[in-house]
Design a protein around this ligand. Structure first.
Ligand SMILES: Cc1cc2nc3c(=O)[nH]c(=O)nc-3n(C[C@H](O)[C@H](O)[C@H](O)COP(=O)(O)OP(=O)(O)OC[C@H]3O[C@@H](n4cnc5c(N)ncnc54)[C@H](O)[C@@H]3O)c2cc1C
Length: 375
């Protein structure tokens, strides 16, 4: 079992830093994000200014080991949650950015910490993660989509990923590919890198403002300097807990946003809404319990034990279930005012399903728990 080093433990206690980040993040959410929420949903607007302002506010850096005076996943989760209260597209883009930083600073590639990693941490460079396919591969759900040939000084990568978000021609993103000997490698690719082609995607029912592209690798060039782990065997267990835990920010914000919607209609509709079986107070109580569990798990994100990972997977499953349930109830409580095209409740309902289908999806989480029980 790996636990935090004493330095990491000391850093994780630093909550004044969290308060400062949250104050700045709340300001960005209210003044810059709130006015854009409908355009993000209806027109697929990518909130680039918000993403960069969130970076300047410190939203992408506190969970990064080896970088900070603090080492604190909770601050990053809380910042993502604040944005997700208003808009899940933005909350998800913040997760993409934060996950890429998590991979880089958990890698032994020190040069990448100082170059790309430092810029991802501040939002100066934007980026994402193409790890859905490998995360499914590692748990026996599908085959790895990228393969590579070893050449002098690096790899040539072939294959395609259907969806990678928060990217573009100027962005970086992480991928996993298979070597000729079957071993797997994780590396970063650039959106305009040699042999990399970004393709326009299907339209989604929500999350349209996430700059989501298909990625084609046609002998894409990956120099050794861009490798995060080769092979990935010991590295994936180090990053998988944080990868999943950070997604809690999307769920916490979604649930809180739905509680707010239910509360908002109480003055007009409370006399009849009180007959609905699920009330905002019920969701608030369960949200508090979920937060307590996730924040406790955030204290030791490098714990490699089976018991720890089981708790992480269980918390993530509950996050998806509760997000969908809260959005469903926001719709029931808001009634027709939530059902009009500009209504917030219908948007939250469409968004909420994303928490349950983004990797690891509800069905994958249930398979992982079943496999753990059977082992
Ligand atoms: C808005 C959005 C953003 C996403 N962003 C990312 C990201 O940044 N990084 C990332 O790695 N993943 C991303 N994904 C993928 C996501 O994480 C999940 O993998 C996906 O939603 C399906 O997961 P699932 O476990 O339900 O698999 P299933 O839907 O059961 O199966 C998924 C597999 O089916 C195939 N498939 C199904 N439908 C289609 C289709 N319309 N076109 C092509 N292939 C199809 C693909 O092979 C895919 O791997 C995104 C998905 C969406 C909808």
């Amino acid at each position: 079992m790996t636990v935090l080093t004493p330095i990491e433990s000391a850093r994780s206690a630093a909550s004044p830093a969290r308060a400062a980040v949250m104050q700045a993040v709340s300001g960005v959410a209210q003044t810059e994000l709130a006015p854009l929420v409908r355009a993000i949903d209806a027109e697929g607007l990518y909130p680039e200014g918000v993403m960069r302002a969130m970076g300047a506010a410190g939203a992408y850096r506190h969970h990064l080991p080896r970088l900070n005076e603090t080492f604190d996943l909770r601050t990053t989760i809380d910042a993502m949650s604040r944005a997700s209260e208003l808009c899940l597209s933005t909350g998800f883009c913040m997760w993409c950015q934060s996950a890429l930083g998590w991979y880089i600073f958990n890698s032994d590639n020190a040069e990448l910490h100082e170059t790309l990693g430092a810029k991802i941490a501040t939002g100066e460079v934007l980026g994402g993660t193409g790890l859905s396919n490998p995360m499914k591969t590692l748990f026996g759900i599908e085959k790895l989509k990228l393969s590579a040939t070893r050449v002098e000084g690096g790899y040539r990568v072939r294959g395609a990923l259907p969806w990678v978000s928060n990217i573009g021609p100027e962005a970086w993103f992480a991928v996993v590919f298979e070597r000729e000997d079957g071993k797997r490698v994780m590396a970063v690719l650039h959106g305009s890198g040699e042999g990399v082609k970004l393709t326009a995607n299907d339209h989604f029912v929500a999350l349209e403002g996430t700059r989501t592209y298909g990625v084609q690798c046609r002998d894409a060039w990956v120099p050794d300097a861009h490798v995060l782990a080769d092979p990935i065997d010991d590295y994936i267990p180090k990053i998988r807990g944080g990868f999943i835990l950070l997604q809690a920010g999307m769920a916490f914000g979604m649930i809180q946003g739905c509680i707010d919607l239910m509360e908002q209609v109480k003055p007009q509709l409370g006399h009849v809404n009180r007959h609905l079986p699920d009330q905002p107070e019920d969701f608030a109580e369960r949200l508090a319990a979920m937060k307590a569990e996730v924040y406790a798990l955030c204290e030791t994100p490098h714990d490699l034990s089976r018991e720890y990972f089981r708790r992480v997977v269980s918390a993530r499953l509950m996050a998806g279930d509760e997000s969908v349930a809260a959005a469903h109830n926001a719709m029931l409580h808001c009634g027709a005012r939530g059902y009009v095209t500009g209504g917030d409740a219908q948007r939250r309902l469409r968004e909420a399903y994303f928490v349950a289908i983004v990797t690891p999806a509800t069905k994958q989480l249930r398979k992982m728990l079943a496999d753990m029980d059977a082992a």
